[in-house]
Design a protein around this ligand. Structure first.
Ligand code: B12
Length: 225
């Protein structure tokens, strides 16, 4: 299949995401490149709008299932990683985020989707995986020169407990790192209590992966200002 325009490619790509048909989605990307579309155009006119439409708009009407959501994020991550080195001028990375799921929490799907959105928005990501202890969040963020620590918690006790964001905040404070690093949290427990992110010592939270890039961009600006 030869794809002649970004619009047509985007429509075909969205259909493949809806069908959770990863081989077809990747083939559409490859066909676009083979047809002469630049890697920049593929990322900015197909992958990012595809991701936004799947993760942002339609999910609120419950039209998108978790597997469709997940696939859009997974492909965005793979394709963006592969194509960025091929850009004519390498895009400026907007900031560095160290992300993981809080200690005791093995729910990794929300985090994966957040990573897809952040990578597609040109943030550099260090993924620490699931069940990450607080010291490791801080150590890895310092080693990477990150501006933001992102903590995903899907369970109430891992969001509010003593081995999650609260302890990360204490470590930042005790090591004098609060001016250099911001904490963003996310996950279902934060939806039910507007102020919970503050109570656990975070600087910000985002309700969905689609909202995360704008919030992270603000935190990076704060650190750099
Ligand atoms: C899938 C799932 C599992 C899978 C996880 C698979 C995996 N690889 O992730 C498995 C089967 C392993 C599992 C295990 C357990 N689970 Co479970 N699980 C779920 C389930 C059904 C979906 C969670 C999920 O992945 N949602 C999909 C994501 C995409 O949704 P999301 O929250 O909307 O994510 C978005 C935002 O929150 C945000 N976001 C997420 N993280 C972050 C981070 C940042 C920084 C930002 C900015 C944004 C952000 O962006 C995401 C994308 O838009 C929920 C129920 C539910 N419907 O939520 C229960 C649920 C979370 N599980 C629960 C429980 C209790 C468990 C177990 C303890 C069960 C048991 N007895 O063994 C174990 C715990 C294991 C452990 N230690 O973690 C409870 C938690 C209850 C509570 N109030 O704390 C829930 C709510 C089910 C329930 N109703 O009881 N689970």
């Amino acid at each position: 299949m030869t794809v002649h325009s970004a619009d047509r490619a985007l429509e075909a790509y969205l259909k493949a995401l809806f069908d959770t048909d990863k081989p077809t989605a990747l083939r559409i990307v490859q066909n676009a490149l083979d047809g002469g579309m630049t890697p920049e155009k593929v990322v900015f006119d197909i992958i990012i709008p595809g991701m936004e439409r799947m993760v942002g708009g339609m999910i609120s009407d419950n039209l998108v299932t978790l597997s469709q959501h997940f696939l859009a994020a997974q492909i965005a991550e793979e394709v963006v990683d592969r194509l960025i080195p091929l850009f004519a001028s390498v895009p400026k990375i907007r900031g560095h985020v160290v992300i993981g799921t809080s200690h005791g929490d093995f729910h990794g799907l929300g985090k994966k989707i957040v990573i897809g959105c952040l990578r597609a928005s040109m943030f550099e990501i260090t993924d620490l995986g699931i069940n990450v202890n607080p010291e490791r969040f801080v150590d890895e963020a310092v080693a990477a020169g990150a501006e933001v620590i992102a903590i995903s918690s899907m369970m109430v006790h891992t969001a509010t407990g003593e081995f999650g964001a609260k302890q990360v905040r204490r470590i930042l404070k005790s090591r004098g790192l609060e001016g250099r690093l911001r904490i963003i949290v996310g996950g279902a427990p934060y939806r039910f209590h507007d102020n919970l992110f503050r109570e656990v010592g975070a600087d910000a939270w985002a309700d969905s992966a689609a909202e995360a890039p704008a919030v992270v961009a603000r935190l990076v600006r704060e650190v750099r200002s």
